[in-house]
Design a binder for this molecule. Structure first.
Ligand code: SF4
Length: 381
């Protein structure tokens, strides 16, 4: 995650203690796909979820075992994802249990199921944060999510969270169709009392492989990030936003620095130092994913390469071992990153968009995905 509001505008973020911390003694932030079911059928869904009941749905005992294993591996945060986590009848039991064993709880949801009663219950289990997806104004969001009327339900979900003082942020996945609405999302957020926005780059995995033509070109990415930076500054100045982040393309960090350097920004050195402390791409190190069937992935988007299964081996033994050849490379990115990244002047604070996209473990399956959009001049030492 690249924290634009912190780097460019100097605004403190709630997770700064995790993001910019030299200490290395905590485990990965764990995404837990607690269900495959979803009430929507979004075009970009990384887990290809939909309405169909799945015979590999976890029961409560199995789900609790997953949480125990994450705690055992010293994970500080568990992010309940799916599918749609609010479709699990035992979700509140799981959230209560996670909290009891010392895991901070976060939910990723489409927001359509957060009615007043649900918001009250979420407040009751002291949920740490809820990320709610909204991919544009009404007409675009409903088309993208595949269900008419879900924009209104999602906005109602935000309002219900606000009513019960639950921290909720907006998640926007950037595509060619909605990129020009990135600026408008700040206004939609402000109109609805939302003070945190995460912009996700489209990653070609799950159902998103069917819309890979929606991936932005480097020029479009640059223009969109420029818009996001400008809007962030404007809204920070007006005290209408607390945090703006980008997710899924580590080149955003160097890009922000290039901009700041060009502009002679007073906080350039400070921003560079923060990104150095953060250390760049944490896939397979400080971010992990455990899926509904027990599969362990390097992050939630790596659905094509399974590192092991927690029904056969403890999560900590999978995660902290170098025996898997792909995980070994992720633990040693300095050695195995793409040549273009290894020679890049920003490598130490970016460490590439390193993703594994093939069936076998040979080197050609390692690519920068999504692609780096900086020019040759911008990355040359
Ligand atoms: S070339 Fe690689 S290390 Fe450099 S900015 Fe791009 S993705 Fe990051």
């Amino acid at each position: 995650m690249i924290n634009i509001s912190k780097l460019y505008c100097g605004l403190a973020g709630e997770s700064d203690h995790l993001r910019y911390n030299k200490r290395n003694d905590f485990g990965p932030i764990a995404v837990f796909n607690c269900t495959k079911k979803c009430n929507l059928r979004c075009q970009h869904c990384y887990s290809s979820s939909d309405k169909s009941l799945n015979d590999i749905e976890l029961n409560t005992t199995q789900a609790i075992d997953r949480l125990d294993q994450l705690k055992e591996a010293n994970c500080p945060v568990v992010l309940f994802s799916g599918g749609e986590p609010l479709l699990r009848g035992d979700l509140f039991e799981l959230l209560t249990y996670a909290k009891k064993i010392g895991l901070r709880t976060v939910i990723s949801t489409n927001g359509t199921l957060i009615d007043e009663r649900t918001a009250e219950k979420l407040a009751g289990v002291d949920i740490g944060y809820i990320g709610i997806s909204l991919d544009g104004p009404k007409h675009l969001h409903d088309k993208f999510r595949g269900v008419d009327g879900c924009f209104d339900k999602t906005i109602a979900g935000f309002k219900n969270c606000r009513k019960y003082n639950i921290k909720a942020g907006l998640r926007f996945t950037i595509t060619k169709d909605n990129k020009d609405f990135a600026s408008e999302m700040f206004d939609i957020a402000s109109d609805n009392g939302i003070r945190r926005i995460c912009f996700y780059h489209l990653i070609s995995t799950g159902r998103a492989t069917e819309i890979s033509d929606q991936t932005l070109s480097p020029q479009q990415t640059r223009a969109t990030i420029d818009n996001i930076i400008a809007k962030t500054q404007q809204f920070v100045t007006k005290d209408q936003i607390d945090e703006v982040l980008t997710v899924g393309n580590h080149a955003d960090g160097p890009y922000v620095l290039v901009k700041m350097q060009e502009q002679g920004h007073a906080d350039f050195e400070k921003a560079k130092e923060l990104l150095m402390i953060n250390g760049g791409n944490k896939i397979g190190e400080k971010i992990a994913c455990v899926s509904w069937d027990g599969s362990v992935y390097a992050d939630q988007f790596w659905r094509n390469y399974c590192l092991g299964n927690v029904t056969e081996k403890r999560f900590k033994d999978i995660w902290y071992s170098d025996s898997d050849p792909v995980l070994y490379k992720l633990h040693n990115k300095d050695k195995f990153a793409a040549e273009i990244c290894k020679s890049c002047k920003w490598f130490e604070l970016c460490r590439g968009n390193y993703r594994f996209l093939g069936a076998g473990i040979s080197d050609e399956n390692w690519v920068n995905e999504p692609g780096c959009y900086l020019t040759k001049e911008e990355i040359t030492k």
